[in-house]
Design a binder for this molecule. Structure first.
Ligand code: SAM
Length: 337
């Protein structure tokens, strides 16, 4: 389901505590003009912008179930030295989600600056928003780093090229739905080699005139069940106990995902790979996910692949239509997770 309109109005029509999860990327501050009167992102001050977004997320908190989570991708903006944001629809095809340079045209959006925030300063938008949401009652659980191996080239010579953004994980309650197993990742090769050692066949190592006994393969017991007679794969913990061997580990909080250009006119689409773990960990099968800034509905596409319901809200009608077209072409993944 995709609604066309201002999310501040449409969210009010959604019933309280009916949604499992929200995955979204709001318009960045003063970087894009989406060509709509009621769009968020072009406010005069960062404070006003943060207030608008926090009001939206108050409504998201209301519609989320008590065990619901919010996965919030947000990038920063620099107080610029004259370069502006990208205008709609000009330059649309050149921009991907998370790029941080403007169209530089005469009619470009003027960058923010003030007496306190000087040209070239980072504004600090992500943390301003994270702290405001926490102040309004959200649990700020994690700052996941989206690391981009193919960041937008920058001509700067006085700082590093920016190649990351945040995905904040926030929850409505202190206990919430989170399927860590669904996004567990393979253990490192070195760990596998360590666990596969023939411990009993090893001689102890020699150091300072004494051997320190047989080396033991050690591993965290995370997720491993205690060893039983029937299991062949097992490892020994530091204390010498045997546990069933587990080739997965808890997902780390730095996610390396390439940005991808979407062929349509929209210029800030999520890479699907970035959204996949949020969908799998944040929402049970057949649950409902909402994106109040849906754009071309990448969140919806991933929901459809994995059998989750999707509610998207997007102010720009053209993007809504593109979103519907994209979702129509998606086959559900055969293996439902
Ligand atoms: C960063 S983009 C989201 C892109 C999306 N993640 C995707 O993969 O296509 C932000 C979107 O928010 C929309 N938007 C801006 N103000 C809005 C509002 N008040 N209500 C609903 N959508 C809005 C913009 O039109 C834009 O498409």
């Amino acid at each position: 389901m995709i609604y066309n309109g201002d999310c501040r109005e449409i969210l009010k029509t959604i019933e309280t505590e009916t949604i499992n999860c929200c995955i979204t990327s709001p318009p960045y501050y003063r970087l894009r003009d989406y060509g709509e009167d009621k769009q968020i992102g072009l406010e005069n001050t960062p404070e006003k912008y943060i207030e608008q977004l926090a009001d939206v997320f108050d409504e998201i908190k209301r519609v989320l179930k008590a065990d619901g989570t919010l996965w919030l991708n947000i990038g920063d903006s620099y107080a610029g030295s004259g370069k502006g944001g990208a205008n709609y629809p000009d330059n649309a095809m050149y921009y991907k989600q998370g790029t941080n340079t403007g169209s530089l045209t005469e009619k470009g959006i003027r960058p923010y600056r003030s007496e306190v925030i000087k040209p070239k300063d980072m504004i600090g938008i992500p943390w301003m928003l994270a702290f405001e949401l926490r102040r309004r009652g959200w649990y700020l659980r994690q700052d996941i780093i989206w690391s981009k191996p193919n960041p937008m080239p920058e001509s700067v010579k006085d700082r590093c090229t920016k190649s990351h953004e945040y995905i904040f994980l926030l929850s409505k309650s202190d206990h919430y739905y989170f399927d860590a197993e669904a996004i567990a990742e393979p253990v490192a090769d070195s760990t596998l080699r360590r666990l596969n050692q023939n411990i009993d066949g090893q001689n102890g190592s020699f150091a300072y005139g004494k051997t320190n006994g047989n080396m033991k393969a050690v591993a965290s017991r995370y997720g491993g069940k205690k060893y039983t007679e029937h299991k062949e794969d097992f490892f020994r913990t530091k204390s010498g106990k045997m546990y069933e061997y587990r080739a997965k580990r808890n997902k780390r909080d730095v996610w390396t995902v390439s940005t991808k250009a979407y062929k349509g006119a929209h210029f800030a689409t999520f890479p699907e790979d970035l959204i996949e773990p949020c969908v799998l960990a944040g929402c049970p099968k057949a649950g409902i996910i909402i994106d109040p800034f849906a754009g071309t509905s990448t969140t919806g596409v991933v929901c459809k692949r994995y059998g989750r319901e999707f509610i998207g809200i997007e102010i720009n009608k053209e993007y809504c239509t593109m979103g519907i077209d994209r979702m129509k072409n998606i086959q559900m993944k055969m293996e439902l997770r």
